[in-house]
Design a binder for this molecule. Structure first.
Ligand code: GLY
Ligand code: MN
Ligand code: MN
Length: 376
């Protein structure tokens, strides 16, 4: 799919300017790579962007200057972008750009800058007689990214859809006697075949008792009849993540497995049905948690119900219990996962996860893999 057009980037810049004005920030030094990509289409592994109300300066080293320059001649050019090479170090150039722009109080992304880096900026500016006061800011660009625009929704829809053939192929590869790591290899290979650039995260293949560990990865254990098997994977398409979990039965499931599965599925469906504009994120979490609690599985549901999905696998909004971050009011264009689970140490666990778009009317489930208990 094409990268966001120049017009779309211009709309993002307009919203960035509004965010800078609202916070009375003179400039923002953007160092988080997903944020740089969102604002400029530069998807490289290094870069620093200095953004003011009137200028965007992208600092890139020699590995990327040619690709950035070539894109500036395309329909995906970043409007009004100034590109600066890195002869010495990124941070040297950033200080110089700030000084040239006459910025006195640059904001920086406090969640993404180490204490050491901040220390270097302040010490070096002082040593050079630059009157720069670095101001911490949080969530400026992330606050723009939380509601996806049309181009992002199109990519996220496609990224979710392509998981269907991947899941089918993976399910066909399952049988007693296969090692978890071999299943992970099938997942990774099928993701590539489906056109994803890479997995969104290291696939989780958790069988039998390992399924009681929500973020287990994949190990040596051999699948055995009677296992619950949690498969959690996704792929990155054009920079955007997908994320799916299914729990399947290897051989005939026990009554307890069927009971836990059905409780988790009911909880997941209730949470999905709770999604609509105007609803607080905590309400979606509560919809799942209340049902699992009624089934005696409240304690077994040891994580939050879901998370935002986009250029990163975990972004805002978080569908979590009250008490952490303040809740987010859902708005059309947000994309979240809904992934309740129940984990019973010694036995195993069940998790079911889908990707969901918040629409004007309510929601649209983007992933389309069957949700009933599959026995292989
Ligand atoms: N394994 C990542 C997630 O589902 O959130
Ligand atoms: Mn997942
Ligand atoms: Mn997830």
């Amino acid at each position: 799919m094409p990268l966001p057009s120049s017009a779309l980037l211009a709309a993002r810049h307009h919203r960035l300017r509004e965010a800078l004005n609202a916070r009375e920030l003179e400039a923002l030094v953007v160092t988080a790579l997903p944020n740089i990509r969102y604002l400029t289409n530069h998807g490289g592994s290094a870069g620093v962007l200095v953004a003011t109300a009137s200028a965007l300066t992208l600092i890139v080293d020699g590995r990327y200057s040619e690709s950035v320059r070539a894109r500036q001649d395309s329909p995906e050019a970043c409007p009004e972008l100034q590109v600066r090479p890195v002869p010495t170090s990124y941070d040297e150039v950033a200080l110089g750009v700030l000084a040239e722009l006459g910025v006195r109080r640059p904001a920086f992304e406090a969640a993404h800058v180490s204490v050491a880096r901040h220390g270097w900026w302040t010490r070096t500016a002082q040593a050079r007689g630059l009157a720069l006061e670095f101001v911490p800011a949080e969530g400026v660009v992330e606050g723009l990214r939380i509601v996806k625009d049309a181009s992002e929704i199109a990519v996220l829809r496609e990224a979710a859809k392509r998981l269907t053939p991947v899941a089918q192929a993976v399910l066909q590869s399952l049988r007693p006697g296969v090692a978890e790591r071999a299943v992970a290899a099938v997942i990774e290979s099928e993701l590539r075949s489906a056109g994803y650039e890479r997995p969104s995260f290291e696939p989780i293949v958790a069988s039998g008792p390992n399924a009681a560990l929500p973020h287990y990865r994949a190990g040596d254990r051999i699948l055995a009849s009677g296992d619950a098997l949690v498969l959690d994977f996704g792929g990155v398409l054009d920079g955007y993540c997908s994320d799916l979990t299914r729990t399947v039965a290897i051989g005939d499931p026990s009554e307890e497995f069927v009971r836990v599965y059905s409780a988790v599925l009911d909880a997941q469906q209730a949470a999905i049905r709770a999604i609509r504009p105007g609803v607080e994120s905590t309400v979606v979490d509560a919809a799942a948690r209340e049902l699992l609690t009624e089934s005696g599985l409240g304690e077994a549901f040891s994580h939050s119900t879901g998370h935002g999905l986009g250029l990163e696998i975990h972004e805002d909004p978080r569908l979590a219990r009250p008490g952490g971050q303040p809740p987010t009011v859902l708005r059309p264009g947000m994309v979240v996962t809904v992934e309740p689970g129940a984990y019973l140490p010694g036995w195993g666990g069940v998790r079911i996860e889908d990707d969901v778009l918040v629409t004007e009317q309510g929601y649209e489930v983007l992933t389309s893999v069957p949700r009933h208990l599959m026995v292989v």
